[in-house]
Design a protein around this ligand. Structure first.
Ligand SMILES: [Fe+2]
Length: 237
């Protein structure tokens, strides 16, 4: 098994991700060339705005894997969703309309960059109360967690899992974000890496440079854990 990308937008024509099947195939080519063997596809869900039901995601995965195979690409896709939090997710989750992470109790959840920490904390608490295991998507995007590492420690103590984008660790988003992710790596606060890829040009499914940085600054055990072992053990079941 290669790297496991737990956060990406490769489904063709779905929300702001890949625009069509050709782009999807190109993105998958890039992903496999980067050593990625598995991707959890995570189209956006935002109540009243955007959302793709699990049954459609499943159908599209079959279709995409078929096209990928025709192009000689061997990659395994799994269903998921990047859920923009609201306080009435229960029905959509319980009914199975929303795809959790590969059918597990894990849910990838995101917030507005300016949401305050108490709101995010309460939301994580709410999801855990419903019996789900939240994974906070791109922790480096929120003002309240970026400004204060203690807030990330607090979420971890609550039992929340933390995802960081590969591009942030690689330094694509600038020095400040890179430095921040280095702090998180040093304290081993990160659980998962995702590419959060949206296209084949500017937000590509690249992970090699990030993996290099991780291997340089972390123990081999922790590097393996966040690059594939955690995803394999928690999400590939
Ligand atoms: Fe995303």
């Amino acid at each position: 098994m290669g790297y496991i990308d737990i956060h990406c937008h490769v489904l063709p024509g779905v929300d702001d991700g890949s625009s069509n099947m050709d782009e999807t195939v190109e993105m998958l080519k890039i992903a496999t060339s980067q050593g990625i063997s598995d991707m959890i596809v995570t189209p956006h869900y935002k109540q009243g705005r955007v959302g793709t039901p699990k049954e459609v995601i499943d159908r599209m995965i079959t279709e995409v894997e078929k096209y990928a195979a025709l192009s000689g690409i061997s990659i395994k896709l799994h269903p998921g969703t990047e859920i923009f939090y609201n306080s009435s997710l229960e029905e959509k989750l319980e009914s199975g309309w929303l795809a959790t992470m590969n059918g597990t109790e894990h849910v990838l959840v995101e917030f507005s960059p300016s949401d305050n920490f108490q709101y995010i904390r309460n939301a994580i608490d709410d999801l855990m109360g419903l019996g789900y295991q939240p994974i906070l998507a791109h922790v480096e995007r929120y003002q309240c967690t970026l400004a204060k590492v203690e807030n990330v420690r607090d979420l971890k103590r609550m039992g929340c899992k933390i995802q960081v984008n590969a591009s942030s660790i690689a330094g694509t988003l600038g020095f400040k974000v890179k430095l921040y992710t280095k702090k998180l790596l040093k304290e081993e606060l990160i659980d998962f890496i995702g590419t959060d890829a949206h296209d084949q040009k500017t937000r590509k499914p690249e992970i090699e440079k990030c993996a290099e940085v991780i291997r340089k600054h972390c123990s081999p055990e922790y590097a393996d854990a966040i690059l594939f072992e955690n995803a394999k053990n928690d999400l590939m079941i």
